[in-house]
Design a protein around this ligand. Sequence first.
Ligand code: SAH
Length: 465
Amino acid sequence: MRYLPLAVDFLDQAVLLVGGGEVALRKVRQLIKSGARVTVVAPEVNAALRASVLESGGTVYQRAFEEADIDAKRLVVAATDTPSLNQHISALCHARHLLVNVVDQPDLCNVIFPAVVDREPLTIAISSGGSSPVLTRMLRARIESTISSNYGNLADFAAVYRTAVKQAIAEPAQRRHFWEDVLQGPVGEMVLSGRREEADALLAEALQENGKPSRGEVYLVGAGPGDPDLLTFKAYRLMQKAEVVLYDRLVAPSIVAMCRVDAERIYVGKAKSDHAVPQQGINELLLHHARAGKRVLRLKGGDPFIFGRGGEEIEHLAAQGIPFQVVPGITAASGCACYAGIPLTHRDYAQSVRFVTGHLKDGSMDLDWRTLVNPEQTVVFYMSLTGLPTICRQLMAHGRAAGTPIALVEQGTTANQRVFCGQLDNFVAMIAAAKPRAPTLLIVGEVVKLRSRLAWFGADIPQQE
Ligand code: SAH
C-alpha cells in the first residue's frame, strides 16, 4: 500500500488552488465541503468557481501564480493546463515538504484525491493509487447503490449513544455484539427510515434487556416484475441482510440468487393451482422465524401492495408486535408497459389508467364493467389469462368498441418477454394460437397503438404481433 489513506481534519486549513477552469472547479467542491480556506490563483477564473470560493469565505486572486503563494499553505492543488507550470509548482512543494496534488498527473503528486462516498459523518474513500480513476469511480457507484443515503443518520445516532452504551456494557466484546445487533437490526432500520423516536425507545429497551437474544423483524419487499435491474437499492440492501427468505413463483430465480449467500431460502409457491404453502401458513412462517430473532425477507413479485396480499401479511405481524417494513417494487403494469413500448397514459389517448384483477372466482369475474369502457381510459388486467375471453366479451357487451387495441405481455421485462397485439374482437383466437405462458398481463386501450411508433427506441423489444 504505497498511498496511506488518512482522514485529515481540514477545517480552516489554508489550501492553494492554482487554476481557474472546470478542472479546478471540480476539485474545489470537495475542499470547500471539508471546511478548508481556499485561495484561488489564476489569470482567468471561471464564474462558478469564483462564486463558490467567495461564498465559502475563501479568496480569489486573478493574476499569474507567484512562488510566495504557497507560503503557509497545508495543501497545494495545481489544476492549470500548462504542464511546465504544474511541474514547477510540484517541484516547489516537494522542496518544502508540502502536500501537493497535480490534477491527472500522479507522478507529480504526493497526495491524491480518492473517490468519495459521502454519508456525512461517514465517509468512504476509494483510491487506485492514481492508476485508474475510472475504476475507482465504478467502484464508488457500486458502493453508492448499496449504502443507503441515510447511513449518516446511523453514524449520528451511534455517536449520541456511544457513552451511554459504554457505561451500561463494560465488557468490550459484549459491547461490540450489542452495537452489531443494534445497527443491523430493527433499531438500525428505524434510524435509516427516519423513525428516530421509535429507534430511541427500542434502543432504551434493548439496553435494559441486554444479554437477551435480539428481536427479529420482517421485510416485505417488492422484487419487481422480473428483470433484476429493476430492483430498488433498498430491496437489494435488505436482500443482503436477511437470514431467511420466503419467495414465491413470481420472483425470478435470478433475483432469489441475489439474496445473501448463507440465507435460508423457503419456497412458498403460489402458482394459480399450486399453493405450496397456503396464505395462513405463510403468515405463520413469517411469525415463527421473526420470533426466533431472525431477519426475515418476504420477497413478492412486483409491488407488495398491488394484488400482492401484502396487507394481510403485515396485519398479522403488526398484531403480534413484530417490527416490519414494506418496500415498494415496480409493479407488472409499469414494468411490462415500459418494456413493451406502450405508455399507460398519453395526453391524446388516455387520461387515466386502471389496474384491475382478472382473476376468476367460481368461473366468473365480479367487475363493474361499466366503469371499464371509457375509451379514454387504459385498463390493465392482472391475473387475466384464463379470463381473457370473458374480459373481451364483457368489455364489448358494455360498450367498448370492438376495434379497441389490446396487448398481452408474456413474462414481461425478462429475456423471454413476448408481446401480442390485436383488438377486442379478434384477440381470443390469436392468443389461443400463441399459447403464452404465465405470467401474462393485458393492456386495453388506444395507447397500445403507440407501440408501433415507440418500439424502435428499444432494440430488444421483440416484434411478435
Ligand atoms: N404484486 C404483483 C402482482 C401479483 S398478481 C405486481 O405488483 O406486479 C400476479 C399477476 O401479476 C400475474 O398474473 C400477471 O398478471 C402479473 N405479472 C407479474 N409479473 C409479470 C410479468 N413479468 N409479466 C407479465 N405479467 C406479470
